[in-house]
Design a protein. Structure first.
Length: 583
């Protein structure tokens, strides 16, 4: 399908500067619940002098202070354009009689670092982003917060900071990239990773690979399919922390500018009404987000990220919640990587509202959860124009599968749980000999050299939160398997992670991980491993006695990093079963 940049979604009614109601002194003082610390009283004259030095006026200092965490960066197309949305948000804040303060923080591009040692920094960056936003917003005594982000770990990092700070806040997504065109077909970054495997097999020439890589990513925006960024933008909209329509509007669409202005205006209303993130981030809101992610067949990373956000919001969320909801949630999406369409296609037909409307009709969502715009999930979905006759989203009554696109596995290889994207594989059982690799590189080399055969079960270990450290994604590996035609005949099991663009029988987040003595670290070449998706089991044909004997002889690999951020992360990070959060 050829995708356009005009869509059905809108962000609702806007509030102009002229419509902003005059606020009395008591209301403004209440809205300045933190910034009064640095603007009021003779003892704060030095602070005011510093603020005035930046071109602010005394009148600006009497208004609420709103931080804008702008994750703009030249290191990835996901973030290269974000400053224009940050500027529009600043305009909206000023229109609503607030004073904006922009600051930057980091990003790491998963797509660029994938398959390299640098990918170990990706999940680490989620914690750094959350911490850096917290430090500035807290330290500078900001009354409210807007975050503008695009790449995979930006988004959960922003939401973790928002939930942790619990000051009025809004998230703005940078939007997804449009698909490229190759030989008359829509293509995206997933196709390039899979083409690497096809090239290694000899079914694609170097010239064809080069031609594809030159057109797959035609401009700015996050990866096009329902990969991790678009999965998380969807979850955040359903959680109520972004404006309706935010998740699906493409990066280049002019609607994003007005939406960003509206976010600035809305933030001042949140301050006036003292609506805090934890007022919206309820358990019912998280259940809604999980349901929509499962219905769409979203990224396995959503499990890690939603648990991490819930922890910051002081909401009890576990792997069992994902499994329970998955068993009763239909898989209704035909979106990549397991289908045909991308996020910009969904936007043409109504965006997230289309999905929410169908799930609400099936009684699968809590329609009364609230959003930053002051309306419920059901009200926002009803207000958005959608096109029912479309190919992207199925009805809940006639789904692609009766159960959700993700499943939680347990067994003697994953006593604390593991995650698999099961879209299209819900009823399959895989059994075969283990091909054991300590870390990603030797596994990728074996695949590229044709050493993996149909029926093998590839084990990649010591890639967990502590063992990697950083829990690398394996898109280079999964892409190579798909490209060589092994995507449905070889199971891949790891204590690391998968990209949202991965698909097939790929099990990640195996816990406990190998680095702490988990059973995946006890496997040997040739052990028979069974992946039983219908029964949610992951087991090795080993007795408890055999496992105990191997455990007694097991020795951990020496730490690869003894200084710096990776060493610090390895010491502080928790299990993937708890969201891989740092303590």
């Amino acid at each position: 399908m050829t995708t356009t940049t005009t869509g059905a979604t809108t962000t609702g009614a806007t509030q102009t500067a002229a419509e902003t109601p005059a606020r009395d002194a008591a209301t403004v003082a209440r809205m300045k619940h933190r910034s009064n610390d640095v603007t009021q009283g003779p003892e704060r004259a030095p602070a005011r002098a510093m603020l005035l030095a930046m071109g602010l006026t005394p009148e600006d200092l009497e208004k609420p202070f709103v931080a804008i965490a702008n994750l703009a960066s030249d290191v990835t197309p996901c973030n290269v354009h974000l400053s224009r949305f940050a500027q529009a948000a600043k305009e909206g804040i000023r229109q609503a009689d607030g004073t904006p303060f922009e600051f930057g923080t980091i990003t790491v591009s998963d797509g660029i670092s994938m398959g390299t040692e640098g990918m170990k920094a990706s999940l680490v960056s989620r914690e750094v982003i959350a911490d850096s936003i917290e430090v500035v917003t807290f330290g500078e005594r900001m009354d409210g917060l807007i975050t503008v982000a695009g790449c995979d770990k930006n988004m959960p990092g922003c939401l973790m900071a928002i939930a942790r700070l619990n000051v009025p806040a809004i998230f703005i997504y940078g939007g997804s990239i449009l698909p490229g065109q190759y030989r008359g077909e829509d293509v995206n970054i997933q196709d390039v990773f899979e083409a690497v495997g096809a090239y290694a097999k000899g079914s694609m020439s170097r010239e064809e690979l080069t031609a594809l890589e030159c057109v797959a990513c035609p401009g700015e925006g996050s990866c096009a399919g329902l990969f991790t960024a678009n999965t998380m933008s969807t979850a955040i909209e359903v959680l109520g922390l972004s404006l309706p329509g935010d998740a699906s509007i493409p990066a280049v669409d002019p609607r994003k500018i007005e939406e960003s202005r509206q976010a600035g205006r809305t933030l001042l209303r949140l301050l006036e009404e003292d609506v805090r993130p934890r007022d919206l981030l309820t358990r019912r809101a998280f259940e809604n987000a999980i349901t929509v992610v499962l219905a769409l067949g979203g990224s396995t990373n959503a499990v890690l990220h939603l648990m991490a956000i819930a922890r910051e919001a002081e909401v009890d969320l576990t792997l069992d919640d994902f499994d329970r909801i998955s068993r009763s949630t239909p898989y209704i999406s035909d979106m990549r990587p397991g289908g045909r369409y991308v996020m910009a296609d969904l936007d043409r037909y109504g965006g997230v509202a289309l999905v929410v409307q169908r799930l609400l009709r099936a009684g699968l969502l809590h329609g009364d959860t609230m959003s930053v715009n002051g309306k419920t999930l059901a009200e926002n979905a009803a207000a958005m124009p959608v096109i029912d006759d479309q190919p992207v989203i199925y009805s809940a009554e006639s789904p692609r599968s009766p159960t959700g696109g993700l499943a939680i596995l347990r067994g003697n290889l994953a006593p604390d749980g593991a995650v698999i994207k099961v879209a299209g594989h819900q009823e399959k059982v895989y059994q075969g000999p283990a091909r054991v690799f300590d870390q990603e590189e030797p596994a990728f080399q074996a695949i590229q050299q044709g050493e993996i055969n149909p029926g093998d079960v590839v084990i990649i270990r010591y890639e967990g939160p502590k063992g990697g450290p950083g829990m690398r994604e394996m898109l280079a590996v999964t892409g190579a398997l798909i490209g060589q035609g092994l995507g449905d005949s070889v199971a891949l099991i790891t204590d690391g992670r998968f990209s949202g663009a991965s698909h097939g029988p790929m099990v990640g987040h195996v816990a406990p991980e190998a680095a702490v003595g988990g059973p995946i670290g006890l496997l040997r070449e040739g052990d028979i491993v069974t992946l039983d998706i219908p029964n949610r089991r992951l087991d090795a044909q080993l007795t408890e006695e055999e496992l105990a004997d191997r455990r007694a002889a097991w020795q951990p690999l020496p730490a690869k990093y003894t200084t710096g951020v990776l060493a610090k992360y390895a010491k502080l990070v928790s299990s993937a079963a708890e969201g891989a959060v740092t303590r």
